[in-house]
Design a protein around this ligand. Structure first.
Ligand code: AMP
Ligand code: GLY
Length: 420
């Protein structure tokens, strides 16, 4: 089989790595890919937003299965474009991806289907939002309705913070069209967990559980990021909690979407808060989590291609997933300043040594220059390992990191040890 992976981050590098282990696969392409994938895939210079060119490429190269990493091409309708040309693709259609691309749609959908989620109010204008704050309870959370590259969530302790946030989102237009509507949400206390399943529209295969560490600094200090590390399994998952999530969240979501003519094929990712009243959905994503996917795939024993193809073919009937008993971890090496502004083009050293130590180093934001490998993004590398215990996995990762260097390299030293 010939496979095309769409995307260029650590998640996509992990997908390429796992898919390359399938006996069914003869060739992998990655668009636009990254330098870390070079030994496993042919890099194709097409942007993830260029869905027509991606479909042309898949047609010309007779790609058997395309796998989409990020949300942006899903929101642009890449799956619909491929479907219209009879090209096999893994992921939800544009309509089904609304579960991620429109927070207001997702909240109304959850309400309608009795899926537990924080209480909310949708505001279509700054005037509505400011009016609402006059009698609202604080803290509260303001979310940009559309895609915002993981940045459109504001936790506001006081009214003046909420007013400033609404000004930035709705009056100054920081997020463009995405911010023309906001969801204002009750603030919840609890522990966060990521729960991913793969669906064929009807059936689901739950993936191994995981947890990511969202804050930039140790002890969950500093601003929210796309994720500074992850572990699998999630420590707080019990059999009971797993069953509750499947029964109260995943099953009604898949059934509800089908009922609304938005049959959901692909990964459904629920970002959960485990509260005293049980698990509640903070967000749904229509894609694999990053860096959760890295730790989950490190533990997958089954052939990922069977699962992805089963979803695309609506045939997950007799396919399952086997998981390694080892515990896996991932620490993100980021550029100093991330998630704010940061330098690019910094020379990266020490990767070979880390690989010899048995670590998987997935590239996120890297680029190849004539002088060697350099940084090209906020999250630069994902250093990952699996071992019989969490402590062994994390010790191995941190030992490996001590050999890797670039200027201003920043990473959390407490991944696996503190609970977000
Ligand atoms: P989201 O993109 O909606 O998952 O939000 C990003 C992050 O903001 C989450 O991972 C939480 O850490 C935090 N967050 C979002 N919504 C809430 C909420 N209702 N209560 C408390 N924290 C929240
Ligand atoms: N790590 C969080 C996400 O992928 O959205």
């Amino acid at each position: 089989m010939k496979i095309l992976i769409v995307g260029s981050g650590g998640r996509e590098h992990a997908l390429v790595w796992k898919i390359s282990q399938s006996k069914r696969v003869s060739k992998i392409f990655a668009a636009p890919g990254n330098p870390g994938m070079k030994n496993l895939a042919e890099i194709v210079d097409i942007k993830t937003s260029n869905i027509i060119e991606l479909a042309d490429f898949a047609q010309e190269e007779k790609i058997d299965l395309t796998v989409v990493g990020p949300e942006q091409p899903l929101g642009l309708g890449i799956v619909d474009e491929f479907n219209s040309r009879n090209l096999k693709i893994f992921g939800p259609t544009q309509k089904a991806a609304m579960i991620e691309t429109s927070k207001s749609f997702a909240k109304e959908f959850m309400k309608k289907n009795s899926i537990p989620t924080p209480a909310f109010k949708i505001c279509n204008s700054a005037h509505d939002a400011l009016d609402y704050f006059r009698s609202a309870q604080f803290p509260l959370v303001i979310k940009v309705d559309g895609l915002a590259a993981g940045k459109g969530v504001y936790i506001c302790q006081k009214k003046n913070e909420a007013e400033a946030s609404v000004k930035e989102i709705m009056l100054d237009g920081k997020y463009g069209k995405s911010g023309e509507r906001v969801v204002i949400e009750e603030f919840l206390n609890g522990q966060e967990m990521s729960f991913m399943v793969i669906s064929d529209g009807k059936r689901v295969i739950p993936l191994a559980t995981s947890m990511d560490y969202k804050k930039a600094q140790d002890n969950d200090q500093g601003p929210n990021t796309g994720g500074m590390g992850a572990i699998s399994p999630a420590p707080l998952i019990s059999r009971d909690l797993f069953n509750t999530i499947m029964k109260n969240i995943i099953e009604p979501a898949i059934t509800g979407l089908k009922f609304e003519n938005k049959k959901y094929k692909g990964v459904l990712y629920a970002g959960l808060m485990i509260t005293r009243d049980g698990p509640k959905v903070l967000e749904f994503n229509a894609r694999f989590g990053d860096p959760e996917t890295q730790v989950v795939l490190l533990r997958l024993k089954s052939d990922l291609v069977d699962i992805l193809e089963g979803s695309a073919d609506e045939n997950l009937f007799d396919i399952g997933a086997d998981w390694d008993k080892n515990v896996s971890g991932c620490v993100v090496l980021a550029s100093g300043g991330y998630p704010g502004s940061y330098a690019k083009g910094l020379k990266i050293q020490g990767l070979e040594r880390a690989k010899v130590m048995g670590l998987e180093v997935f590239h996120a934001g890297t680029s190849q220059s004539k002088d060697g490998l350099i940084s090209a993004g906020g999250r630069v590398l994902n250093v990952c390992a699996a071992a019989p215990t969490l402590k062994e996995a994390m010790d191995k990762i941190y030992d490996g990191i001590s050999f890797i260097a670039f200027d201003d390299m920043m990473f959390r030293r407490d991944i696996g040890w503190s609970r977000p």
